[in-house]
Design a protein around this ligand. Structure first.
Ligand code: AMP
Ligand code: MG
Length: 360
């Protein structure tokens, strides 16, 4: 008798539990099914581009609109800031006569100021005024003839911030030969502004990827966090994958873009201190909340190497691939290690001035 009562009680409790679960399921609204809407605009900054907005299925049209806006933003920043376009604002500034104020858009003024701060923060390693040196090494590559020290000295003396004054409406250049190149920062800036277009549309998540430099936020199409492959300078070396909740990842290196002069490869990144290509560092990857910051520091650390880690802003983390074979080594900041899925073998953790080796 007691056994039958017990079975009865268990059955009643089980039934009550089923009803409770049923009620809970009908009273709790289901999370909307998300869809990733993607766009691959062509001919942006001479490279490939992927834009993604993750939205509830019903908001597909809104996502498509946001991606169009993001694409327009990328094109607008390129049209303003590319030295490759004769009609860009930066080209107008570079060809303007000295002492005459050139009006500039708020975007270009903002970025020139950011570049000026970056020059100070990186101890001069990141310097957009070195366009005369960039031009010198580019034409040396085209002629296949190394520049003389006198050529380098002349280009260096035209590469300095004393030759430009930023005003409330534009900029004034002083002296002859001033020329700025925003190639090491404009892509990051464009990515930040384009991501804002996707964020402000109310998307649950999104990413802007221009040639492998990218920024993302919120929900990825799959999983909980964004997975980003680290670009490796050597095909045989896999540097692994980053897992980030949001933020930007930019990579600089001499492996992708270089000139060959008299049989030697020279980087497209110039060390402003020597006026010569910065060839010691095969690649640098930086993670930061903003792509502008990541872009600046990937270029700056390509010049400075591991010593530059001491100058890195608190919110940025870096991984640096050092030296050609057989001295190849990979180092990273402790914060970068936390984003790494499977740290590569023999990674050195670089903590301020006390590096400590960590087996993979
Ligand atoms: P990134 O690929 O972001 O490292 O940018 C490289 C580009 O930045 C080069 O193609 C140049 O246009 C420009 N650049 C080269 N060296 C420097 C430097 N030391 N500081 C600022 N910009 C640079
Ligand atoms: Mg850069």
């Amino acid at each position: 008798m007691r056994k039958r009562q017990l079975i009865g009680t268990i059955l009643i409790l089980a039934l009550a539990a089923l009803v409770a679960v049923g009620l809970w399921q009908t009273s709790t609204p289901r999370a909307p099914r998300l869809v990733a809407v993607a766009r691959h605009p062509e001919r942006i900054m001479g490279t490939t581009c992927t834009l993604v907005a993750v939205v509830p299925v019903s908001e597909r049209p809104r996502a498509t609109e946001a991606l169009h806006r993001a694409e327009a933003t990328l094109r607008r920043v390129e049209a303003l800031m590319s030295v490759w376009l004769a009609d860009s604002e930066i080209s107008h500034l570079n060809s303007a006569p000295a002492h005459r104020e050139v009006p500039l858009s708020p975007d270009t003024r903002h970025l020139l100021r950011a570049a000026q701060h970056a020059a100070a923060a990186t101890g001069g390693a990141f310097d957009v005024t070195i366009q005369p040196l960039i031009q010198l090494w580019r034409s040396a590559g085209e002629r296949g003839l190394l520049p003389t020290q006198a050529d380098i000295d002349r280009a260096r003396s035209a590469s300095n911030w004393d030759m430009i004054e930023l005003t409330d409406v534009g900029a004034v250049t002083h002296g002859e030969g001033f020329s700025a190149d925003l190639g090491g920062i404009a892509k990051g800036y464009a990515i930040d502004r384009a991501l804002e277009d996707i964020q402000s549309s109310g998307a649950a998540g999104g990413i802007v990827d221009v040639g492998g430099d990218l920024s993302c936020f919120g929900r990825p199409p799959i999983g909980e966090e964004w997975l980003v492959d680290i670009k490796s300078p050597f095909p045989e070396t896999d540097l692994g994958e980053l897992r980030i909740p949001s933020g930007a990842v930019c990579t600089s290196g001499n492996y992708a873009r270089f000139t060959t002069i008299e049989g030697t490869r020279y980087s497209h990144i110039i060390d402003p201190r020597s006026g010569r290509p910065a060839d010691a560092i095969p690649s640098v990857t930086v993670v930061a909340p903003e792509a502008t910051t990541a872009d600046i520091w990937a270029t700056a650390l390509s010049v400075l190497g591991p010593d530059g880690i001491l100058l890195l802003p608190r919110e940025a983390e870096a991984l640096i691939v050092l030296g050609p074979q057989p001295d190849r080594r990979t180092i990273c900041t402790p914060g970068f290690l936390e984003f790494l899925q499977d740290p590569p073998d023999a990674l050195t953790i670089w903590e301020n001035d006390h590096p400590s080796s960590q087996p993979g």
